[in-house]
Design a protein around this ligand. Structure first.
Ligand code: SF4
Length: 56
């Protein structure tokens, strides 16, 4: 499993630097988490101001 960023993402970028394995990157219209890289650590969850990041 991997954490997921929902469509509520406002592309603020607050989460990107919180990921220890650099799984978060900006896609075409929002930030996304690479499921193959994410270790499900949860470090990014509280960084999101709109609570768009959840456990998958
Ligand atoms: Fe990165 Fe951890 Fe968030 Fe996965 S849960 S995207 S490994 S910070």
């Amino acid at each position: 499993m991997a954490h997921i960023i929902s469509s509520e993402c406002i592309s603020c970028g607050a989460c990107e630097s919180t990921c220890p394995v650099e799984a978060i990157s900006l896609g075409d219209d929002q930030f996304n988490i690479d499921a193959a890289t994410c270790t499900d650590c949860g470090a990014c969850v509280d960084s999101c101001p709109v609570e768009a990041i959840t456990a998958g």
